[in-house]
Design a protein around this ligand. Sequence first.
Ligand SMILES: Cc1ncc(COP(=O)(O)O)c(C=O)c1O
Length: 443
Amino acid sequence: MTQHNRRTFLNSTFIAASGVGMTAGMASSAQPSLAQPSVDQKTVAQRSERIPKAKKEWPIWDETEETALVNVLNSGTWGRTSGGPRCAEFEVAFAKRHQAKYCVLTSSGTTALLTAIGALEIGPGDEVILPPYTFVASFNVITNSYALPVFVDTDLDTFQIDPTKIEPAVTPATRLVLPVHIGGYSADMDAINTIAKKHALSVIEDACQAPLAEWRGTPVGTQGIGGCFSFQASKNLNSGEGGAITTNDEKFFHQCFNFHTPGGGKPAASAGRGSNYRITEFQAALLLAQYARFEKQSAERNTNGNYLTQLLQEIPGIAPAKLTTGCTRSAYHLYMFRYDPKHFAGMPRAKFLAELGRLGVGASSGYGPLHTTPHVLAIASNPHYNRIYGKARMADWLEKNQCPINDRLCQEAVWFSQYALLGDRSRMDRIADAIRELQKRSS
Ligand SMILES: Cc1ncc(COP(=O)(O)O)c(C=O)c1O
């Protein structure tokens, strides 16, 4: 299975939603015959607009964004170095809402993670634990720092890193745990922090998909030393590209600020490294405008996501991702469930997705197994890795790089996008209706 990036996800969502291409390709499959639309199928597909709509449903903007961007243009202050009042304003608002003392905006979620890892001086010789069920950027920020990524398998029910498998993966070289709140559902932060404390490890949350997700009633982002968020175009809060680091640790905040801007150094030492990972005033202006809608949209995703779970968990063969005990709110950047073909007369997942598309519901198969992609495996033959860690250690890394539960999950998962969860709950009823309809027709 190929690695599923954001672009292919959006494409397949669109293709499925628009009912072209994908369904044509799938029709030749020797699976239960669904080629002739039944009366019910027509009813569901024609009764109202597609989910997500065939017309692009995301991003959402109006003249607020237009005015905000033009105001930046006319102000002549386009970047942080020349003042950047909008960056500072958004940092204060985002930190406050996430109950963090500090926030540093960055040019992307990737550079937020790079900054946080750099600020902690994690580098060659250090091991970093991460889950394989994530976007490739979570891995890239570790290898760009020449640290050794150690994949810990996924929990099948929650789709999050399996906390029971973290401690066995800890070695004397482990410096950091990088849990990813995948889909915007929180990883088990109590278990992770207990292990981290016992072994004196740092924890940075990859919260790129999880603004306003909550762990025991507190927004994620300060459960470890820092949390990293993404404002890339597909994200719940969108400035095209953009990112943020939240923290309650003053020293870490200064280290991050210094790392993300050339010539940093006051008041904490910059340890001789750093880069330019700054955001612009244009992005901050977009963020401020989008932020005005964000609370309501987040509440809608939360209500609709929880409601959809109530509906889907009643359907045999559909297992919605469970919230970890302690996750009191999901950001629902994705709505995720596992699909079991046995309850759909053996209909393969690809066909299920195509047929959902025909019924007006766009869905995706989500990530492929990241830890086995050529991109990831290449570090075993990378000359720098072999020099830093030695050939024998890299061969051992390759041998131990097994995540069988994640492999299974990647075969079974189905995703809906965050914007499918916006709107009223009748959209969730339609999604559940479409799945029930496929089950009925395949029985
Ligand atoms: C889990 C995760 N980590 C990191 C990133 C990187 O964020 P960005 O695309 O803003 O660099 C993303 C964004 O897609 C993500 O989903």
